[in-house]
Design a protein around this ligand. Sequence first.
Ligand code: HMG
Ligand code: MG
Length: 298
Amino acid sequence: MDPVKPRPQPRLVEVGPRDGLQNEKNPVPLEAKVAFIDALSETGLKEIEAGAFVNPKSVPQMANSEQVFARIKRKPGVLYSALVPNEIGLDLALAVKADKISVFTAASETFNAKNIKATISQSIERFRPVVARSRAARLPVRGYVSTAFWCPYEGKVAPEKVVEVVKRLSGLGVSEFSIGDTIGKASPDEVRRLLFLLLKAVPKDSVFLHFHNTFGRAVANAIVAWKTFGITGFDASTGGVGGCPYAPGASGNVATEALVSAFKAAGSDPGVDEAKLKAAAAGLFKHLGRPVGARPAK
Ligand code: HMG
Ligand code: MG
């Protein structure tokens, strides 16, 4: 086997403006969010999750997502997606002309109950009209499955459970799945085990991996998934900002610039400009008042 044969080009989804900023303790000014997204739009990224239409009492940082969508400069060829938990969120996302809708559930009941106040089954029922209406509006729908490896409350999660949730989402018409290592604890072997099962159920191009980087394994996990299974979809957050307010102790997503650098070193260029990513991160962290990559003080 040729050890350096060309490998498929990774497709990166930037989730920093949503997953990254949702966990900030202090309000992030609207201008800072808009400037961050506008800077990301110039990096070569093809998809940016620009905000969330969730209960503002649950996640106050996302409360101004409407204004964010209204003010960003949309670059042709870039998709600006929105996270929505229900039809109220969908109405808001449609009103601001989001290009793509992301629904979100989990593979563990306790996390799901804390995050969206529903059982997994209830959340999937809630998504039924959301997915149908999104598809009627010709918008692609992504389905997140959180706690796909570990749950902060229940511990290890069985891969079979993840596959079951993905199949149920697929049955609703969800066409893309983002598999979340919500607390950043997965190991490369756990990633292999899950993908081995999951790829029997859905096509590999429909799978995105969403690694948080609490234990520093996210880049290794991504490279393993890419090299072993040919997975090309990865979520990341510029500057490594972020975390989930309902996953205590979890750190941000893998940094977009770290993934770009690792993929380039491994022989495939995701087509995203590292210097521009670093500049976008520097601009954002200036507003956050801490060095790039640093976590908020607790
Ligand atoms: P609930 O309290 O059951 O909702 O929350 P409800 O339907 O009873 O409504 C309560 C209030 O919320 C009402 O307002 C609704 O109008 C309002 P009130 O009458 O009290 O004034 N409301 C909304 N407002 C704006 N937009 C909406 C909306 N829905 C209801 N869409 C709900 C259920 C799901 C809404 C709530 O729990 C929620 O919003 N949760 C969001 C939690 C969240 O955003 N978590 C972080 C994102 S997930 C994540 O980070 C993981 C991920 O990155 C992957 C990974 O890492 O694993 C995706
Ligand atoms: Mg996340």
